[in-house]
Design a protein around this ligand. Structure first.
Ligand code: GDP
Ligand code: MG
Length: 162
C-alpha cells in the first residue's frame, strides 16, 4: 500500500489534518523505536484508493536547534519511505525559516510533494497564502484542516501520484 507522509514545522496543523484523513479509521500507533515513537500511522482512502498516512512530529520542547534537527530527521525519513509527501505550512505565521529549511530538503528529493497551506479558513487568508509560492512547489493547495475546505482538491491530485 502506498505511503503518504505529512511533514512540516510544529503547530501548522499536521495532526489535525491527519485525524481528518483517518476519520472512521483506526489509528495505528507504532512504537518500535525512538524515531517511530514520534510517528503515527493510519489508514485512509479517497475515491476508493487506499493509502497509509504518517503523521510526523510530537517533538520534545527545546531550543530552535533541537526542533530543527528533529524536523530534518523526520523529513529525511519521509523522503526515504513515503511515495508522496504533504508539506504543511500555515498562513497565520507566513513563511518561516523552518519552512524554508524543510522546503530545501524536499526540493532535493525526487518524491512528489504537495504543499498544503493550512489555516486558510476564509477568503482573506486565501489572498495571504500566495506568499508560499516562494517555496517553489507546483502542487499548491490552500486548505483548512478545521473546516475541511480545500482538502478534496489536494486528495484528488495526491492519489494520482500513488
Ligand atoms: P501540528 O503540530 O502540526 O501537528 O499541529 P496541530 O494539528 O497540533 O495544530 C496546531 C494548532 O493549530 C491547534 O491549535 C489546531 O487547532 C490549530 N489548527 C489546525 N488546523 C487549523 C485550521 O485549519 N485553522 C485554524 N484556524 N487552526 C487550525
Ligand atoms: Mg502534531
Amino acid at each position: 500500500m502506498s505511503i503518504v507522509a505529512i511533514v512540516g514545522r510544529p503547530n501548522v496543523g499536521k495532526s489535525t489534518f491527519f485525524n481528518r484523513l483517518i476519520q472512521r479509521r483506526e489509528a495505528i500507533v507504532d512504537a518500535v523505536s525512538g524515531v517511530t515513537r514520534d510517528r503515527h500511522y493510519g489508514k485512509s482512502d479517497w475515491n476508493g484508493k487506499e493509502f497509509s498516512v504518517i503523521d510526523t512530529g510530537g517533538y520534545v520542547k527545546g531550543s530552535d536547534d533541537v526542533f530543527e534537527a528533529e524536523i530534518d530527521k523526520q523529513v529525511e525519513l519521509a523522503i526515504d519511505e513515503a511515495d508522496a509527501i504533504i508539506f504543511m505550512v500555515e498562513v497565520e505565521a507566513g513563511v518561516t525559516g523552518m519552512d524554508e529549511e524543510v522546503a530545501r530538503l524536499l526540493r532535493k528529493s525526487k518524491k512528489p510533494v504537495f504543499l498544503a497551506v493550512n489555516k486558510v479558513d476564509n477568503g482573506q487568508r486565501a489572498q495571504d497564502a500566495v506568499e508560499f509560492y516562494s517555496l517553489g512547489f507546483e502542487n499548491f493547495y490552500t486548505i483548512s484542516s478545521i473546516n475541511g475546505s480545500g482538502s478534496g482538491e489536494l486528495l484528488d491530485d495526491l492519489i494520482k501520484a500513488l
